[in-house]
Design a protein around this ligand. Structure first.
Ligand SMILES: NC(=O)c1ccc[n+]([C@@H]2O[C@H](COP(=O)([O-])OP(=O)(O)OC[C@H]3O[C@@H](n4cnc5c(N)ncnc54)[C@H](OP(=O)(O)O)[C@@H]3O)[C@@H](O)[C@H]2O)c1
Length: 262
């Protein structure tokens, strides 16, 4: 798929991986970009930093259905169609399930998962008006591999994987591709409170994700060959994977202890 001249909507494009995706989109000839995010200053900075693009901005929370409806109707009025939808915005609140405040469980499900269902639903008529459309969903390595202390976050990300497969099959009669990407630890604000290992850069994750979208790949898994081995072990011999986790239990608990970006 060539991106030149395409009209793109991205959630959470104001910083982190999403903002780097905007840079990649522009590099590939995109000019019209719609963005939803909560921080007004970061949103408005996009027009200053990427002068070559025309932004359609909605300042709001993707967990609020009204915000999603507002964006889809603005796109309908302004562009009459949508070529690419990138469901990227996400939050995390890690820890033992019984320690995660109820509100943060609810918000992770609403922002990471429900928002994607509703926004995609509202955008489908616009995507169907495009001659060649694509959806890019940002899941996580934790959506493939259920890790302790990420029960809620991981479940929302696994939901995105399942949604991507179902949606792709449902959209077969239409010219709309669906790609799902699975970043591992990436050096953004989301990971500032994570006490873990080395990370990918957001520029790298954005570049590979946009390439996967252009190649219409179904899934793109970050983390190299070790991550693919872990995924296979978890699928084929989950008890063996459980054993590996139990050997690193305290370390995993400590690494996730204050991991919160909401
Ligand atoms: N960083 C990682 O290690 C990693 C690994 C795997 C997957 N991911 C996934 O990659 C995606 C991007 O993450 P990131 O690392 O770039 O995170 P980030 O640096 O924290 O950026 C998150 C972006 O989403 C927006 N956002 C968050 N909550 C929102 C809400 N309720 N409504 C509207 N916009 C919202 C933020 O803007 P505002 O705060 O202004 O709203 C920001 O633009 C997420 O889905 C995340 O789960 C990240």
């Amino acid at each position: 798929m060539r991106l030149k001249g395409k009209k793109v909507l991205i959630t959470g494009g104001s910083r982190g991986i999403g903002r780097c995706m905007i840079a990649e989109l522009i590099k590939n000839g995109v000019k019209d970009i719609a963005v939803i995010a909560r921080d007004k200053k970061n949103l408005e900075r996009l027009s200053e930093d990427f002068e070559e693009a025309n932004f359609l901005l909605v300042n709001g929370n993707v967990g609020d259905i009204g915000v999603l409806r507002e964006m889809s109707s603005k796109i309908e009025d302004r562009w009459g169609r949508l070529d690419v939808l990138i469901n990227n915005a996400g939050i995390v609140s890690a820890g033992a399930l019984e320690d995660i405040p109820d509100e943060e469980i609810y918000d992770q499900v609403a922002i990471n998962f429900m928002a994607i269902l509703f926004l995609t639903k509202y955008c489908l008529p616009l995507l169907k008006s495009s001659r060649q459309a694509a959806v890019l969903n940002v899941s996580s390595g934790l959506g493939l591999l259920g890790m302790p202390f990420y029960t809620v976050y991981g479940s929302t990300k696994a939901g995105i994987r399942q949604f991507s497969d179902s949606l792709r099959r449902e959209l077969q009669p239409f010219n709309i591709s669906v790609t799902c990407v699975y970043p591992t630890a990436t050096d953004t604000e989301m990971m500032q409170k994570f006490e873990g290992r080395e990370m990918d850069s957001p520029e790298y994750v954005a570049e590979k994700s946009i390439q996967a979208l252009m190649k219409k790949e179904l899934h793109f898994i970050f983390g190299g060959s070790q991550r693919l081995k872990d995924n296979r072990l978890n699928f084929e011999s989950p008890k063996k994977f459980d054993k590996q986790i139990s050997e690193n239990y305290e370390q995993l608990k400590e690494a996730s202890r204050s991991h919160k970006a909401i």
